[in-house]
Design a protein around this ligand. Structure first.
Ligand code: ADP
Ligand code: MG
Length: 258
């Protein structure tokens, strides 16, 4: 066997971010291995969405670094100071990271198929026929082959979120980030979205999922993380995290969740 060391797919190092003098991320550190699914739990306002936005390169960090397959993305560091990449370089780097938001943010004037195609035709400059075929295959994968011509207003929240997942997946990202993807859904629509995500996890996608869905975290995650006040408090396997948490903060959080 080769002893070659494969770097984690995603590495987050000492990530800091402040808004108006208030430090929201206070040195976040973690790794995500290839194919790993990490569930992130934590109270509202603790900085979870901020962390995902920084990882998706939608906002610059104040300090620290993000590495994808061992290569730093988003910025370079010179003597402790960050120099953020220019927009064109960021646009290329962003394609490697798929993000799904709580609100689906589909284009209302485009059909489901067109919403999935648009990244291919406009970002990747794929020919329209090829893009249509790839997008249709992706809609099929999320169980929406028969909804390709529907506009978002003609789809349920669960269906819209599955279109949003297909839209992110179609660009073949290395990592998928989910920010409370089922929080805006009616309870009866949560299951169909979690099912698609679980299938994705089983297929080996590398995923970070911010969620309140304990059942999903138990079933689909390799590792569960408690995030609080801008830092990671505890990381463990689902069994350890839910059944035998080590930190008082985790025990307290879980007592409110259960
Ligand atoms: P979570 O997703 O865990 O609920 P957020 O990352 O959304 O937490 O927010 C963490 C804190 O940062 C909150 O106090 C929020 O008000 C603040 N915050 C987030 N984004 C901004 C922003 N763009 N400008 C100012 N404050 C922000
Ligand atoms: Mg949030």
């Amino acid at each position: 066997m080769s002893a070659a060391v494969t770097p984690p797919t995603l590495e987050v190092r000492d990530l800091h971010k402040s808004y108006g003098g208030v430090e929201v991320l206070k040195g976040v550190e973690f790794d995500v291995a290839k194919g790993q699914v990490k569930a992130v739990l934590g109270p509202s306002g603790s900085g979870k969405s901020t962390m995902l936005r920084l990882m998706a390169l939608l906002e610059p960090a104040d300090r620290g670094g993000i590495l994808l397959d061992g290569h730093r993305i988003g910025s370079t560091e010179h003597g402790g100071r960050l120099r953020h990449h220019h927009e064109r370089k960021l646009a290329v780097e962003r394609r490697q990271i798929g993000m799904v938001f709580q609100r689906f943010n589909l284009f209302p004037h485009m059909t489901a198929l067109e919403n999935v195609m648009v990244g291919l035709t406009q970002v990747q400059k794929v020919d329209r026929n090829a893009a249509r075929e790839t997008a249709y295959a992706m809609l099929t994968r999320v169980g929406l082959a028969d909804r390709d011509g529907h506009y978002p207003s003609e789809l349920s929240g669960g269906q819209q979120q599955r279109v949003a997942i297909a839209r992110a997946l179609v660009l073949s990202p290395q990592v998928m980030l989910f920010d409370e993807p089922t929080s805006a859904l009616d309870p009866e629509l949560v299951g169909e979205v979690l099912e698609v995500m679980e299938q994705l996890a089983n297929e080996g996608m590398t995923m970070i999922v911010v969620t309140h869905e304990v059942r999903f975290a138990r079933r689909a995650a390799d590792e569960v993380t408690l995030f609080d006040s801008g830092v990671i408090v505890e990381q463990a396997t689902p069994d350890e995290f839910f059944d035998d948490p080590k930190h008082e903060r985790t025990k307290k959080f879980l007592s409110h969740v259960h």
